[in-house]
Design a protein around this ligand. Structure first.
Ligand SMILES: [Zn+2]
Length: 249
């Protein structure tokens, strides 16, 4: 296939040194999905592309691509940078983890569908100062479907009831209502935490308003989300270990 020069929209979420003065970077894009690009001479201080290759740069990237393998970053326009992320360890640790997680849910050049906007929306909201823990749990829960292990959250796995008191069952892969609490393996979540997980897993991110949750409840749902991941996708990402250090266990 001939290479074509394409303008793609999105975010540079990861980079590493490559050979002497080159860089490899990963872009999260609307048009091509996840793309690895080489940036020739990107490590040189005078590189005209140097501005485009800082982590968490948003914009329009001109990419020479064959829609397979490594593409090449050639130009950029309309960049938006977020210098504050370099000094805000909390925000950058959350963002690095969420994009790393999403990076594992898709192969390169795979269409991201609505997940493109999910991650870009999460990025905007975390940068703007919304509670990153809530946003992270939304992204984590909703990405499970992209990993092929969507939990059933809308209704009881056993009887289909949509309202009432619920708990989460790892072995059944979804929520169960209190009618079956005696007979099933379950996480023994508080009713509030189970309700929170259902909400975060089902709520379109753009409909998330200002939400204030107390710390113990957020921690409980965070533990449950972690358990769901261990039971299904188990990735053991260094970016998650780093985030856990930053947010305190
Ligand atoms: Zn039920």
């Amino acid at each position: 296939m001939a290479a074509e020069l394409l303008d793609v929209h999105g975010l540079l979420f990861k980079r590493q040194k490559y050979k002497e003065a080159d860089l490899l970077a990963k872009l999260w894009t609307k048009e091509l999905g996840i793309v690895t690009v080489i940036i020739k001479g990107g490590m040189r201080p005078k590189s005209r592309l140097a501005a485009a290759v800082l982590p968490f740069t948003e914009g329009t990237f001109g990419v020479l691509t064959r829609r397979q393998g490594i593409s090449q970053l050639r130009t950029y326009k309309k960049l938006r940078q977020h210098d504050e992320l370099f000094t805000d360890l909390d925000k950058s640790a959350y963002l690095s983890y969420l994009f790393d997680l999403a990076d594992h849910a898709f192969s390169e050049y795979q269409n991201l569908g609505s997940y493109y906007q999910l991650l870009m929306g999460a990025f905007d909201r975390i940068v703007a100062g919304q509670d990153p823990e809530i946003i992270a749990q939304i992204v984590q829960l909703q990405l499970l479907a992209a990993f092929g292990v969507a939990p059933q959250l809308a209704a009881c796995v056993i009887c289909g009831k949509e309202q009432g008191i619920f708990d989460y069952s790892l072995s059944l892969g979804g929520v169960v209502c209190s009618d079956h609490f005696r007979n099933v393996d379950r996480l023994h979540l508080s009713p509030k935490a189970a309700a929170l997980i259902r909400t975060l897993g089902l709520l379109p991110l753009e409909r998330l308003g200002q939400i204030q949750l107390d710390e113990p409840l957020k921690k409980e749902s965070r533990r449950a989300v972690a358990q769901i991941y261990q039971a299904t996708v188990d990735l053991n990402l260094p970016s998650l270990r780093f985030l856990n250090e930053v947010r305190g266990g």
